[in-house]
Design a protein around this ligand. Structure first.
Ligand code: ZN
Length: 265
């Protein structure tokens, strides 16, 4: 039987569309630029550009060359929260030594019970996740009753280790603040490469304040999350990364830098 060419094309398009719809939801992929231990050891300049980071994700966290503030990537826009508290949108040619991104396509949305503190919110999210052994992109959006965030000041050479640099961090206290706390939950076995557990950065709803999240209590917040079962780590091929001493266990420094609220020893 001879199928008219136009009808044949129509059938082919229908077939392709059906095949596309029938595909399972694409598994999320996390792309990371340099291991966290390189940052902890003072490798603050990277070969990667903001443009490259955006090609690998529209959602994420990180920092910028010379450790110049906290990076928040939200809906494809890369923001810098500086130690003076200011926020600006970063150009594609700015460099970063460390960033983690994904294309965020949430699998589930849940209201977080009102009044929960950060630790309890983490337990609430843990209970919602199918396994502790995957990566997750996590987004908390709404109003926080209070939230404590920090940013680190731009460093001068010779660069000190992050535990030293973080002593100069600026801490911002927010109350009844609308905004988004976003980032990743990483499995325990990732130690040395990334931060095990939660690592969130905050951006106020007006995009004029934010920082690395140290603590919070929620008012009315919605959780959305996505499992990431594909992980890619990009390593700088040369420069300070190549010469850095990454043989040490830096877990103590990591806890001091990522979780302490005053940055002091
Ligand atoms: Zn951070």
């Amino acid at each position: 039987m001879k199928i008219p060419v136009r009808a044949f094309h129509f059938k082919l398009i229908l077939l392709l569309l059906t095949a596309w719809w029938a595909l399972p939801a694409a598994a999320g992929k996390m792309v990371q630029f340099a291991p966290i231990d390189a940052l902890l050891s003072g490798v603050y300049d990277g070969p990667y550009t903001v443009g490259e980071v955006k090609r690998h994700g529209d959602f994420g966290i990180g920092t910028f060359d010379a450790l110049d503030g906290e990076m928040v990537v939200d809906r494809g826009v890369v923001y810098q929260v500086r130690a003076d508290g200011s926020v600006r949108v970063m150009a594609d040619d700015v460099h970063t030594p460390f960033a983690v991104v994904a294309f965020f396509r949430p699998e589930q949305r849940l209201d977080v019970p009102r009044g929960l503190a950060m630790k309890d919110v983490e337990a609430f999210i843990d209970a919602a996740l199918p396994s502790a052994n995957l990566f997750y992109a996590v987004r908390l959006e709404g109003t926080f009753r209070r939230l404590k965030a920090r940013s680190v000041p731009r460093q001068q050479r010779p660069y000190p280790p992050l535990a030293e640099a973080a002593k100069q961090q600026a801490v911002f206290d927010f109350e009844q603040v609308p905004g988004v706390a976003l980032g990743f939950r990483s499995p325990p076995f990732i130690k040395g490469v990334n931060v095990p557990g939660y690592h969130l950065h905050f951006l106020r709803a007006d995009r004029k304040a934010g920082g690395h999240v140290l603590d919070f209590r929620v008012e009315r917040v919605t959780l959305s999350w996505q499992a990431l079962d594909d992980f890619r780590l990009l390593l700088p091929g040369d420069g300070e990364f190549a010469r850095a001493d990454l043989g040490r266990d830096r877990e103590k420094e990591l806890n001091q830098v990522e979780r302490k609220t005053d940055g002091k020893p």
